[in-house]
Design a protein around this ligand. Structure first.
Ligand SMILES: [Zn+2]
Ligand SMILES: [Zn+2]
Length: 134
């Protein structure tokens, strides 16, 4: 896929030139707190297919081996990297200019799903990182 995206205020822009590996909803407590939302839809890509084209992101180590990247001006969460899996990067699906480009295929970390969020899709739900975690 060839896609562009960026943050709410336009300070940060990025380009994707790679086939995504997959996409899914994460219901973990860190994503919830980082976004203020019940879940975040992420798309996983080879990191070589992603680059920032405008602006400079701020980073936050949300846990020991993980880094979240966001706009320092408007706070939009854009990317997630794991030191343990440096060949991949996760991008927030809704920071894409065209968020119809890829659909989530699963729900992970459902053990911490907001109890008032009712899922009525047929996607698999995993209590933890799921079978495809890396
Ligand atoms: Zn911004
Ligand atoms: Zn998460």
């Amino acid at each position: 896929m060839h896609q562009q995206g960026g943050c709410l205020c336009g300070n940060i822009r990025y380009v994707i030139d790679a086939e995504p590996i997959d996409a899914g909803f994460c219901h973990c407590s860190l994503c919830q707190r980082a976004s203020g939302a019940p879940a975040v839809a992420w798309m996983t890509l080879p990191y070589t297919g992603f680059s920032y084209t405008e602006g400079k992101v701020a980073t936050y180590p949300s846990s020991e081996h993980y880094q979240r990247e966001f706009c320092p001006r408007c706070g939009t969460q854009l990317a997630f990297r794991a030191q343990t899996e440096p060949q991949f990067i996760d991008i927030t699906l809704c920071s894409l200019d065209d968020n119809t480009a890829m659909e989530p295929g699963y729900h992970i970390w459902c053990a911490s799903k907001a109890p008032w969020l009712h899922l009525n899709d047929d996607l698999p739900q995993y209590p933890d990182a799921g079978p495809d975690s890396y």
